[in-house]
Design a protein around this ligand. Structure first.
Ligand code: F6P
Length: 474
């Protein structure tokens, strides 16, 4: 069987060169890569291609220009296939929509007479490509939304009630229509949690195209943790990183309160920083550690960041200065997933906690990755984490309430052993990529798809009218 993973945004390379540096290079890429790897490792009859967009330009890894590459140490039954569309340069995901039909045609051209058997589509753009591919070739597909436009629109609309302004940057009219088509024509919709299925997909902007009660249309498959990286084993590279951390920050005895999300509004770093700044008790008990990729000295380099990230980091710095916290806060520049895991291990030895105060987190892979290394997760109660950490397996907080955040962190610090043990067990039992890949394999093998279903007409990629009607109804 030959499976393709359609993921036009972001891009993939052997070294994950730009992971977390850009909003389009985040958890979704890790997800697609790890499942693809685990699939070829576990199923010797499978060929898997991660199909993404080809581009080149200053600052990007030159690997992104190649048509095909392979992950070192992984079977060559897994390939990264880069298909061009639009122009040669990198395009942020919001600008890809108009090029997806061309991308899809180029995919068909690339495979010519040897079309793959099955597609898994990721995010609305991958989904839209899968719909077009199904229409032209009959290839069945699963759709994994990762994050849906309707929920993002709801949040942004509270701050910016001019939809046209939002649409200009985010292209919700296109995105939401692409998601609607993906949901309608997918053979199976894959969600990470039950909550994602029932809460996110029942949004009024989708409910005429998908029925969340239709059991045969949904599969709930949890993502996993790459336990070959995120574990508690300290190797030589980790020890070297430990020395680097101590050289920079001195041999700190205190636990750390660790924030390691990318600088994005929705991750809401500022509430965690404020919770720390407002609590003398927390400052006595622990230091605040903020991991930011690509910044050796954020105080001096903040000005170099793109606008959106600069504003977030500047507000963190302002808060640190306002409360005179420079001595208590440290920034770490980590360049790879391996280093990230190493830093987690270092702070686990100091009985530290990992904090995620996102307003909403669709799943919550980062807290379980940190948990697998021995940090205690203190996470937003909005979204996937409330499922993962239910029954007191981790600590949930209200991201809008700094007192509640401080309460959660204090509880985690005071009960470190108990929660660290629980989360390590939880990851081993439920959240490995091998288990996720098995889930995908099961779904794909049991849902052959219906090739006659390719006879359908597609509307224009524009849901503006529907969206305006919905916004009016609020
Ligand atoms: O990989 C980046 C990611 O984590 C993806 O899941 C998705 O592309 C994005 O962040 C979140 O999407 P959005 O903010 O557009 O809803």
């Amino acid at each position: 069987m030959h499976i393709i993973f359609l993921n036009p945004q972001g891009n993939f390379d052997q070294k994950d060169s730009h992971l977390t540096e850009h909003a389009d290079f985040g958890g979704q890429l890790v997800y697609v890569k790890e499942i693809s790897k685990a699939l070829v490792e576990q199923f010797p009859d499978l060929k898997v291609d991660i199909v993404t967009r080809r581009f080149k330009g200053d600052g990007w890894s030159s690997e992104f220009e190649k048509e095909i590459s392979y992950y070192p140490g992984v079977s060559c039954r897994l390939r990264i296939v880069r298909i061009p569309c639009g122009n040669d340069s990198f395009l942020r995901k919001e600008l890809l929509w108009q090029h997806i039909p061309e991308w899809t045609d180029n995919i068909i051209r690339f495979y010519r007479n040897q079309l793959p058997d099955y597609a898994t589509a990721h995010y609305g753009d991958g989904g839209y490509a899968a719909v077009l591919l199904k229409k032209k070739t009959g290839i069945p597909f699963t759709f994994t939304g990762h994050s849906l436009g309707a929920q993002k629109l709801d949040k942004l609309y509270k701050k910016e009630p001019d939809f046209n302004k939002l649409d200009k940057w985010y292209h919700f009219s296109k995105r939401i229509q692409a998601e609607r088509l993906s949901l309608q024509y997918a053979d199976i919709i894959i969600t990470s949690t039950d909550m994602e299925r029932y809460k996110q997909y029942s949004h009024p902007l989708y409910h005429d195209v998908v029925d969340v009660e239709m059991a045969e249309k949904f599969a709930v498959i949890s993502p996993g943790v790459n336990t070959s990286l995120f574990n508690q084993i300290v190797d030589e590279k980790d020890s070297a990183l430990f020395r680097r951390i101590e050289k920079k920050w001195g041999e700190t005895k205190k636990p750390g309160i660790i924030l390691s999300s990318r600088l994005d509004d929705k991750k809401n770093h500022i509430s965690a920083v404020r919770a720390y700044a407002e609590s003398k008790e927390l400052q006595q008990k622990a230091s605040l550690g903020i991991f930011i990729r690509g910044m050796k000295n954020p105080y001096e380099e903040v000005g170099k960041l793109p606008d959106k990230e600069r504003i977030i980091l500047q507000s963190i710095i302002d808060e640190i200065n306002r409360y005179h916290l420079r001595e208590k806060v440290f920034f770490l520049d980590l360049t790879s997933q391996k280093e990230l895991a190493g830093a987690y291990k270092y702070f686990a030895l100091k009985h530290s906690v990992f904090v995620l105060t996102a307003f909403y987190e669709p799943f919550g892979l980062a807290p379980i990755e940190a948990g697998a290394c021995g940090l205690v997760p203190v996470t937003t109660k909005n979204g996937g984490p409330s499922d993962i950490f239910k029954n007191d397996m981790g600590i949930l907080i209200d991201p809008a309430d700094t007192e509640d955040i401080a309460r959660g962190i204090t509880k985690a610090l005071e009960n470190y052993e108990e929660y660290a043990d629980k989360v390590i067990r939880l990851v081993k039992e439920k959240y490995t990529w091998a288990k996720t890949a098995e889930g995908y394999y099961r779904v794909i093998s049991n849902t052959p798809g219906n090739s006659t279903e390719k006879e359908f007409d597609l509307p224009e990629l524009d849901a503006k009218e529907l969206i305006l009607k919905y916004l009016k109804s609020l």
